[in-house]
Design a protein around this ligand. Structure first.
Ligand code: ADP
Length: 238
């Protein structure tokens, strides 16, 4: 077993409740309707939004906007070169990210359109799906898509028998459980829930509460990033 917890500290010195450093920038891609760049731990991810754009394709929903999402890892994002074509994992993550964001958006405002979410992982460090959701929700707000609430995600896991928030890459790979959760806190809703590994029911309940507390902290950073872009650092109109 890999030692992931020594005297209450994790391999990177964090306590069980500590998030990795998180930085968010809004509006970094000129040609997108909205965009965000996130550094969460060593994850470096760009989310860019196109749309709402008119679509006239048979089979697409006409009453509201259709969300399409592509999560892509660049070949240089992982320790070993990743093949550039979409893997099964990327296809799955694209779907769960779309499902995590969709309930937050007022899609009925944009009938017969598509809203495209492009996510490029430049560097991956465990929890890249969670960081992608956090960034994409901010990018959607930057694109001016009306929403019920910002969505943010974080993984809680179990390492050497201890529940910890915001798994790093090694904790993700070597830990006993990995539970990524996304929230719409205003509505007290969970929009993503996946689990690898095992937890007891009690641990699961505690883990959800830990994730919720972490999500509240991340939401403040999302709001601050948007305020910085639109009103300058101090929240004043530019
Ligand atoms: P998440 O990034 O959401 O935690 P996973 O649990 O599937 O997603 O992956 C954990 C980590 O494993 C990723 O963040 C990345 O660092 C690494 N990883 C994923 N896919 C590959 C790959 N094809 N090659 C090398 N490393 C990968």
């Amino acid at each position: 077993m890999v030692e992931l917890m020594v005297e209450g500290k994790r391999t990177d010195g964090r306590g069980p409740y500590d998030l990795r450093p998180l930085k968010l920038d809004v509006g970094i891609v000129k040609n997108a309707a909205g965009s965000a760049y996130i550094e969460h731990g060593k994850n470096k991810i760009i989310a860019a939004i196109y749309g709402p754009r008119d679509i006239h394709r048979y089979g697409l929903t006409v009453e509201r906007a259709t969300i399409r999402c592509r999560y892509h890892m660049s070949p240089f994002s992982t320790d070993e070169r990743k093949a550039p074509q979409p893997s099964r994992r990327e296809i799955e993550i694209s779907k769960v990210i779309r499902d995590a964001l969709e309930p937050s958006l007022l899609l009925e405002n944009f009938p017969k359109t598509s809203i495209d979410i492009f996510i490029e992982v430049l560097q991956a460090d465990g929890g890249s799906r969670s960081a992608s959701i956090t960034a994409a929700s901010v990018a959607l707000a930057d694109a001016g898509i009306p929403m019920r609430d910002l969505v943010q995600a974080v993984a809680v896991g179990k390492v050497n028998g201890t529940l910890v928030v915001d798994l790093s890459d090694i904790e993700d790979k070597e830990g006993e459980a990995d539970l990524p959760v996304a929230f719409m806190l205003n509505e007290n809703k969970i929009t993503l829930l996946q689990m690898d590994g095992k937890m007891t029911v009690e641990e699961f309940k505690t883990a959800i509460n830990m994730a919720k507390e972490a999500a509240a902290k991340i939401k403040e950073m999302q709001k601050q990033a948007l305020v910085s872009k639109y009103f300058g650092q101090g929240g004043q109109t530019r």
